[in-house]
Design a protein around this ligand. Structure first.
Ligand code: FE
Length: 182
């Protein structure tokens, strides 16, 4: 009887150890899962910070908030006449935002005098703030630059710009709004 008790105590102890071990293992798995979950959530949060919701509006809606010239250039891919834009010679410090949606597009620190008659920049504020598309109009192959958030036509990018990028973003003033640094 004593022997039987001893054996069942041992069996109980062994069972207890097994339960503990499996809890430990499960604990480990849980913490790995939650750690992976956090990582995924963090990366989503980071992406969220740089991602912008697309703005889609009808022509009528854009017409209601834009001047006729802004509408023609930004929404209908027009081009302002060289040397007529309000930001061609602007040298103040600040950021140029999309005239349609306010997205930050170009910093004054990347603006340079290209002599073309259009505001020129060697890079956008962030790559993901602009979209590029091949434009085959006017018998040329050019790369059109658009606002990534609302699709506004901004201008074109060429590979004859200055260092450090060698790029020239040739942008219509009318597609931009300048926000000076205060
Ligand atoms: Fe925009």
């Amino acid at each position: 009887m004593n022997e039987l008790n001893r054996m069942s105590r041992r069996a109980l102890a062994a069972l207890f150890c097994l339960v503990l071990a499996s809890c430990g293992a499960r604990g480990g798995t849980d913490s790995e899962t939650s750690s992976a979950g956090r990582t995924a959530a963090d990366s989503l949060k980071k992406k969220g910070a740089s991602m912008h919701e697309k703005i889609i509006k009808s022509d009528a809606e854009w017409r209601a908030t834009l001047t006729p010239e802004q509408f023609d250039v930004a929404r209908k891919k027009g081009t302002e006449r060289a040397f007529t834009g309000k930001y061609v010679k602007t040298k103040d410090e600040g950021v140029y935002v999309c005239a349609c949606c306010g997205e930050e597009l170009f910093s004054s620190s990347t603006k340079f005098e290209s002599g073309t008659g259009w505001p020129s920049f060697f890079k956008p504020v962030a790559k993901e703030h602009v979209e590029e598309e091949t434009d085959g109009t006017l018998g040329m192959t050019r790369t059109e630059v658009m606002c990534a958030r609302c699709g506004a036509h901004l201008g074109h990018v060429f590979d004859d710009g200055p260092a450090p990028t060698g790029l020239r973003y040739c942008i219509n003033s009318v597609s931009l709004d300048f926000k000076p640094t205060r």
